[in-house]
Ligand binder design. Sequence first.
Ligand code: PYC
Length: 316
Amino acid sequence: MSDLRKVRVIDSHTEGEPTRVVIDGGPELGRGSMAEKLAVFREKFDDLRSGIINEPRGSDILVGALLTPPTTPRAVCGVIFFNNVGFLNACGHGTIGVARTLAYLGKIGAGSHVIETPVGEVTIHLDAAGQIRIDNVASRRAFKDVAVDVAGRGQVVGDVAWGGNWFFLIGEHGQRLTLDNAEALTRYTWDVRTALTRAGVRADDGGEIDHVELFGPPVRRDADSRNFVLCPGKAYDRSPCGTGTSAKMACLYADGKLKEGQAWRQESIIGSLFTGSVRREGERLVPSIAGSAHITGEATLILDPDDPFRYGIRAR
Ligand code: PYC
């Protein structure tokens, strides 16, 4: 029994999208930069990533967050996000979940706190009432109106934008953005993603465009838009997607449709809401995202060396 590996986690959801924060028993990633720590996690501990997220302990929709020691005294901690198929550069709903978890653990109080990610620093603002807002990494649109031929569906046009991850954002798609249509939306966005890969469409820094986002009119009266976001592992985001909303606001700003400080209320496919805005800091466009997160559980995961599925159920 002494060979059992134990991993302590705290689960939360942010506007419906779950985050599993590893607070103890995670892998030791060394003393390098956050990007180097991510590389060590990817190369040496991918089994553990899968064991924490995938069935039978987790599910495709879970996003994991490994807390690391900070590499700068400015930050309270570093974080590396991961999912059912690999790693995320950053994660908006996940950062709000990490903030809620740190507050739950008594590690942060009301005020502003910096968290490091492999793609830059994010600032979380926690108010006395427990509301959370994050200032995300700088966002930008790389390409406008990129046309891609999608097998069996014809040409689809979208923008390529960065919000901490790379997104293909589509306004004209002819799809019904309702939760009861999630399977068809998943098929549509997966077809678009496959077409982007086949056509060799990448971001301007060579990055893979691994999130696809559809936009349409809101259902809620207090929202500006509703979206459906397909994540890299084929699960759809239950929240309005923090990095996706950041990418959307970068496009709106570039088109002159969103001004600095103006609120953008993004509704998700399940009807939850993020309120965002942008501000310029020199050349950088900094998006802010506000939303609520709730703790849903605390657990000790056990990885038993005798368990054939200790590292999760994976296609081989
Ligand atoms: O909120 O940025 C986000 C996100 C990315 C993938 C799932 N959620």
